[in-house]
Each structure stands twice: as C-alpha cells, then as structure tokens.
Design a protein around this ligand. Structure first.
Ligand code: PAF
Length: 287
C-alpha cells in the first residue's frame, strides 16, 4: 500500500491507474477508523479496480470551540486497517499543503446545507464541501463512498458533485450500528460508560419512530414530538423530519424522508438518523 502526502503525487498515481484502464473507488475519512468506515472501504474495493482512502482531519470544518485538537489521530493503526480492507493507496495530505498561506477559495452548497447540522454548525458544510472538492481533485475518483450516518453531508456532496460536473458518482452506504443500536462514530470514543448508555435513547427513539411511520403515521409533528420525548437522557440539539433529497422540513410524510437528530451526551455531540419511504399501499389507504 502506498501513502501520498501531496496532491501532485496522489494525482500522478491516479493518472497512471486510469491510463491502465482502472476505475478508482475513494473513501474520504478523518481517520479514527471504525467498522462504519471499513464497510465503505470493502464496497469500494469490491466495485472498483483500485480503492483509495484519505486520512485528513480537516481544520476548516471545525469551529474554534470544537474538538479539532482533541480529534483522535492514530495514523499507524488506521493505515493498517485500510490495508487489511484492501485499500491500495492512502492520501494523507499535510495541513500546510491543503491550506497554504492566503488560501481564500471555498465551496458553498446553498439550501441543502442550511438546516439540521448546518443550523447548529454554520461553518461545517463549507469546510466539508471545500475539502472534499480538494480531495476529489487530487484522487480523481470514479466513485466516492460516504456513510448515511452523515446524511446531510451525503446530500450536500451529491448536490455539489452534480452542480459542479465533478464526474464522480457519490455512493451512500447504510449506517453501521453497534449491537445495542448506537450508530458507529469516531466521536463515540469520547463517551464514558454512563454517557454511552444514556446515548442509547437516541437510536431507540428513531427505531420507535420508524415503527410509527410503518404503522401509517403521516404527521411529521407527531413523529418529532415522540422522538423528542423519548430522547430524555441526552441534551437534544435538533429533531427534524425533512425531505430526503432537499433537506427541507416536511409537515406530512408522503415522499422519502429523513428523520435526523443531533444531541449531546456528556460533552459529546452525536448525530443519528433513519430514512423512511412511505409504502404505496399505506399512502393509498390514507387518501
Ligand atoms: O465524514 C467525514 O469524515 C468528513 O466530513 C470528510 C468527508 C472526510 C471530510 O473531511
């Protein structure tokens, strides 16, 4: 497995792969890898001739008061996990190379980045869209893989890739959960045993809401109120039911929706979500 530290060396490698007729699958990460990342890597390896991962803790998606300095950095461990998953090249740029002095160009994806996490973390999606653009420019992938855990991030990147003709297919993969339901996240490492147990009310609330919608509930306010009530062991940031494509709030569940939540357990901010598509038969009965 090769490790590239500059955009130029990464791009040269990618160019050679493409010249040899190989398609490139790409999994962008900030390291601190877990089973969720590995699930993306396995599919990238399976569906493309070569698969690349990036490891870069991106400063522009953290606000000054957030956990940029504390974010776990464990390159050797992460690199070994990538290799075991079948990744053949890692792009691990240096911050000074990614953001040289006088860096002044950002990518802003309007509307779809505005609610949910964009409301609580206004700097976040500009940083994500900018760094993903830079990573795509270096790796030049055919396909890039992202987890549904960050569903709004997936929507933002999908929109960006389409709007800017990036020629990269964005593949969204399902959330990977711990056996007790907690969505896997690098930030779970911050949780004490007690905070982790309290955090379980998040996935419990989402699964209960899913059952309600499957049973025919179509009123978004009712679903949200129940989720809010069930998330009684954490500090809720938001509970939102939005159109899965536009990320705009809905009042009635009649198209594919995203039920997304953010909450704090101890000092750790966690996000989670489910997607739900109303079944034809239930919609017809309601009408
Ligand atoms: O999801 C992440 O880990 C990050 O937001 C990403 C896409 C690697 C950009 O820094």
């Amino acid at each position: 497995m090769e490790v590239f530290r500059t955009a130029e060396s990464m791009r040269n490698w990618s160019r050679a792969q493409r010249a040899a007729g190989k398609r490139i699958g790409f999994v962008p990460t900030m390291g601190a890898l877990h089973e969720g990342h590995l699930s993306l890597m396995r599919v990238a390896v399976q569906d493309n001739e070569v698969a690349v991962a990036s490891i870069f803790v991106n400063p522009t998606q953290f606000a000054p008061h957030e956990d940029f300095d504390a974010y776990p950095r464990q390159f050797e461990r992460d690199a070994a996990m990538c290799e075991a998953a079948g990744i053949v090249a890692i792009y691990a740029p240096m911050a000074s190379g990614m953001y040289p002095e006088n860096f002044s160009t950002y990518v802003l994806v309007e509307k779809v980045s505005e609610g949910l996490c964009g409301g609580s973390r206004p700097h976040f999606f500009r940083g994500v869209a900018t760094v993903v653009t830079k990573l795509f420019n270096a790796v030049t992938p055919d396909r890039a893989y992202f987890g549904q855990k960050d569903a709004q991030q997936c929507a933002v990147i999908t929109r960006m890739a389409r709007d800017l003709d990036m020629g990269v297919e964005i593949v969204e993969m399902p959330i990977v959960r711990e056996p007790d339901g907690l969505a896997m996240s690098s930030r779970n490492a911050y949780l004490s045993e007690e905070e982790r147990v309290r955090a379980l009310c998040i996935s419990r609330a989402l699964f209960a809401a899913q059952a309600r919608m499957e049973a025919g509930e179509r009123d978004a306010a009712c679903v949200k109120a129940e989720v809010l009530q069930a998330m009684d062991e954490v500090t809720v940031d938001y509970v939102e039911l939005v159109d899965a494509d536009t990320m705009r709030s809905v009042e009635t569940i009649e198209k594919p929706v995203l039920l997304a939540v953010a909450a704090v357990s101890g000092g750790t901010r966690l996000i989670d979500n489910i997607k739900y598509t109303p079944s034809e038969s239930l919609v017809r009965v309601e009408r």
